[in-house]
Ligand binder design. Sequence first.
Ligand code: CO
Length: 212
Amino acid sequence: MRKYKQLLLANKAWSVELLDEAPDFFARQVGGQKPDFLWIGCSDSRVSPEQMTMTPPGGMFIHRNIANLVNADDLNLMSVLQYAVAVLEVKHVIVCGHHGCGGIKAAMDGGTEGPVDRWLGNARAVHQAHAAEIAGAGDQDQRINRFVEVNVRDQLVRLARTSVVQARFAADEPLALHGWVYDLRDGLIKPLLEIDSTTRLDDIGAPDRVLV
Ligand code: CO
């Protein structure tokens, strides 16, 4: 069987199973969405946010890109952020990197070209800003994994500095930003840091440049 047909068959089975469990499931979905979470993660096929957190449809607004980068001039991410935070009023924004990230490895080792190479400029800047910390982490895998963690930290700070998040913090609305790393080896998520309206961003380790 052609592989893509498997997707459509699986979809039918999924729909039947959900209706079996909750006959009004799709009727409720049509009514609208009110997710508590915005997830910003890597596009890597092994890192599946809803599956690894057992989140049902409607629970999570999602944006994914290579190496989970936050750029103020990325209209795609910034509109997702604006809609999730200002309109849907999510309570939590999660930036989740993952160990063994190919995008992060490429930002460190090079060998990319075209759009991917341009995209990774943000990650290369993170590497440059924390070169000593990353170099001191150990062997190559350990260096990549430290870079993954440092990258999550810097991207979360970039997120905290956006005008959308700053406005929400200033209005004292409930909003927390979470930096996480997913470990491919055991399927577990390690929380790294959390930012809310009381956090002093300068204490975390400022990114190389302010992007807002
Ligand atoms: Co990745």
